[in-house]
Ligand binder design. Structure first.
Ligand code: ADP
Ligand code: MG
Length: 294
């Protein structure tokens, strides 16, 4: 590989809105046979909106939304943004909160109005906090997930107080990009921290059949390492803090330009157009560049 030809490749990449960390990156794309895709913010827009607020025994929809909104104000997660935006638009400025802590891929906790408020993955509230899911809310969770929505539970003072559901939309170009990945000989897979039904719903709408759901951020990297151990050369596309380890583990890490700084730093390529078609362009371009120089 002559350095000049490789640089021509990276220059063309810049024109297409693909930032390549170094010419050596092009080499690793040649043998890629599997492409692992994050869901939220990668296949979907990541702009979630609040779709329902279901209180349980705690009183009102407004109280549930006010406390959850305030607790989420310290988080940048798309779920948190949907909840805080929903709270602000219905109730006005958020209540003050303090002692914010977040657990990557699980949920958040904060003090609001003298109460320790938890918002997160239902299994996290049960397993980490020892809370019980009221039977009425089990039905709400089941229905929401069956519809492909993401449901989070809210708790304070030792009791689950309700469920909030959020929904996202698939980017219009994602299905076409999945088709292009297949045409390039890559097997597309979806790996997400979200629930299985929400994951399958999105996967079906873009034509992906291979789905791994409910994984923690560290497990995303393990999924990739396992594929590599089976002899696959793996590209990963992601945007979140929760994707960083997986992006660094992959043979080719591709970050969405709209993604978090940690995701971009962990990646080999960054897509300025935050669209999966740009990932297909990147792989096609680097293969073509390599062919030219041979
Ligand atoms: P993805 O793989 O789709 O990007 P994440 O790993 O970021 O998902 O999150 C996985 C799950 O963890 C979410 O579906 C949600 O249940 C929970 N979660 C993560 N962050 C938050 C948050 N800020 N508020 C509430 N729940 C959260
Ligand atoms: Mg994401």
């Amino acid at each position: 590989a002559t350095p000049t030809a490789l640089l021509v490749g990276t220059g063309r990449g810049a024109q297409l809105g693909i930032l390549i960390k170094g010419p050596q990156v092009l080499e690793s794309t040649r043998r890629v046979d599997t492409i692992v895709l994050d869901k939220t913010g990668t296949i979907t827009t990541g702009r979630m909106t609040l779709s329902s607020v279901v209180p349980h025994e705690c009183g009102s929809v407004d109280e549930l939304l006010a406390l959850a909104g305030a607790a989420e104000s310290g988080s940048e997660h798309p779920i948190a943004r949907a909840i805080t935006a929903g709270a602000v638009s219905k109730l006005g400025p958020l209540l003050p909160s303090s002692a914010f802590l977040s657990e990557q891929g699980l949920g958040v906790q904060a003090e609001v109005d003298g109460r320790l408020v938890l918002v997160g993955r239902p299994a996290w509230l049960v397993e980490r906090w020892g809370l019980r899911v009221p039977i009425e809310l089990q039905a709400v969770l089941g229905t929401a997930e069956g519809l492909g929505k993401t449901a989070v539970m809210v708790a304070w003072e030792g009791q689950v107080r309700g469920v909030l559901t959020v929904a996202d939309t698939v980017k219009p170009t994602s299905a076409g990009a999945v088709e292009r990945f297949r045409a390039l000989g890559l097997t597309p897979m979806l790996v997400t921290g979200d629930n299985l039904a929400a994951a399958q719903n999105v996967a079906a709408s873009v034509g992906i059949t291979d789905v791994t759901a409910g994984v923690l951020p560290a497990d995303k990297a393990r999924v990739i390492a396992r594929l590599q151990a089976e002899g696959h050369v793996v590209a990963m596309v992601g945007d979140g803090v929760n994707d960083a380890v997986a992006l660094a583990t992959a043979d080719l890490g591709i970050a969405m330009g709209s993604g978090t700084d940690v995701a971009i730093e962990a990646s080999d390529l960054t897509l300025m157009r935050s669209d999966l078609l740009a990932a297909a362009d990147a792989i096609r371009l680097s293969r073509r560049t390599l062919t030219t120089i041979k």
